[in-house]
Design a protein around this ligand. Structure first.
Ligand code: HEC
Ligand code: HEC
Length: 341
């Protein structure tokens, strides 16, 4: 009799777990979230397949991304600098971390990371899963350590539940933290701007000014800001005013080669309307300033990009062309992407 009751109780327990779905680690369902490849985009970075986003992996990554516990004094999260309403930038010339420390560079948007091959202005990171540790330990950013973070998260029952749902057990390991943050970032895809809708023939059309801007862009800009990502992911010195901080050397910091000195990854121009100021340390407040600079002439250097060299170190533009280019660049704004969910 006793024995029968015991089995009955276990069956009941299992049934109640199944119905609830949140209590037991045995009965959770964590489906993969397929990453949709927008028309004309390059192929996925292979690491997306190695660390495929899942329902709870993304939920966990999103929570971590917005959690100030990731910084030494619990004052800033990833999202403090990467604000969704600004296409995951902060509208500051250079990033500001814990204790108001000013960083070396401008905060780039986080968008379409699934399709990129190089991360950061100098491309020093090749795997998105290896990126989160950089801001976590950087003195001017979060100034913490992965062990300190694991310690803080271990005291939080909500995290324990989420790690179980995302990975099957309670273990809070560095790799699980990095993987879930990357999974969240892989889902941040921006491909629904006016430009995209025009290209997909969804019934919208460029204005006359946007169309002229598009044509000028194709002639004068698309050699570098190419593909549907609006970057060819190459590193180039285009003679922008240089960062006075002696730690800066652009891509040269990574390769040590003189020909890479002050070269930067060509930035995507998607959502550029929301990501001011511009340049690797926010040298330009507006798009108009960037275009005036190209027009007036850039700084010469032995490794200045040939496209600029062949043009007398400039990209000549009339005032009308500048307005049209700006009108075109604003068609790359994706209001759905920046809307807070
Ligand atoms: C203090 C502001 C700040 C904080 C906090 C911060 N970032 Fe960043 N992030 C930056 C800056 C600045 C860069 C560019 C770094 C470089 O090029 O050297 C960057 C670059 C990146 C990139 C590369 C984007 C690209 O286009 O290649 C990713 C991804 C990223 N951060 C994710 C994160 C995550 C995840 C966190 C939290 C763990 C985080 N960031 C915290 C400022 C910040
Ligand atoms: C030779 C390659 C090349 C050409 C041609 C080129 N760009 Fe760029 N562009 C870059 C690189 C590289 C950067 C980043 C440089 C830096 O910060 O030092 C950049 C930066 C920018 C930025 C700042 C973006 C940001 O997020 O900070 C804008 C805006 C821009 N370019 C627009 C244009 C427009 C418009 C044209 C055509 C008139 C153009 N570019 C032509 C390579 C190029």
């Amino acid at each position: 009799m006793k024995k029968t009751f015991g089995i009955f109780a276990i069956v009941l327990l299992l049934l109640s777990c199944e119905a609830d779905g949140t209590e037991a680690s045995f009965f959770y369902d964590n489906p993969e979230i397929p990453i949709y490849i927008p028309k004309g985009f390059p192929e996925l970075n292979p690491s997306v397949k190695a660390n495929p986003p899942t329902l709870y992996g993304v939920e966990l990554g999103k929570k971590l991304f917005h959690d100030k516990k990731l910084s030494s004094n619990n004052s800033i999260s990833c999202a403090s600098c990467h604000q969704q309403s600004n296409a995951f930038t902060d509208n500051r010339p250079q990033a500001i971390g814990v204790h108001h420390r000013i960083g070396l560079r401008n905060t780039p948007p986080i968008q379409n990371m699934s399709f990129m091959r190089f991360y950061n202005w100098d491309g020093n990171i090749l795997l998105l899963e290896k990126q989160p540790l950089v801001p976590i330990v950087t003195h001017e950013e979060m100034d913490s350590s992965i062990l300190e973070i694991i310690d803080k998260l271990s005291n939080d029952p909500d995290y324990k539940k989420l790690f179980v749902k995302a990975f099957g057990d309670e273990e809070i390991s560095p790799q699980r933290i990095y993987n879930s943050i990357a999974q969240y970032e892989y889902t941040l895809i921006s491909a629904n701007s006016k430009y995209d809708r025009v290209m997909r023939n969804e019934g919208e059309a460029f204005t006359a000014s946007e169309l002229r801007g598009y044509q000028i862009f194709e002639q004068k800009c698309a050699a570098c800001h190419s593909t549907e990502l609006f970057t060819d992911q190459s590193f180039r010195n285009i003679g922008f005013p240089t960062n006075p901080n002696p730690d800066e050397a652009g891509r040269g910091r990574v390769t040590g080669k003189p020909e890479d000195y002050m070269s930067f990854r060509v930035p995507s121009l998607r959502n550029v309307e929301y990501t001011a100021p511009y340049g690797s340390f926010g040298q330009f407040s507006t798009l108009k300033e960037v275009l005036d600079y190209f027009d007036n002439g850039v700084i010469d250097a032995p490794n200045l990009d040939p496209i600029l060299k062949e043009n007398g170190n400039s990209i000549p533009l009339t005032e009308g062309e500048k307005e049209e280019l700006i009108a075109f660049m604003k068609t790359l704004s994706d209001a759905n992407f920046t809307a807070i969910e």
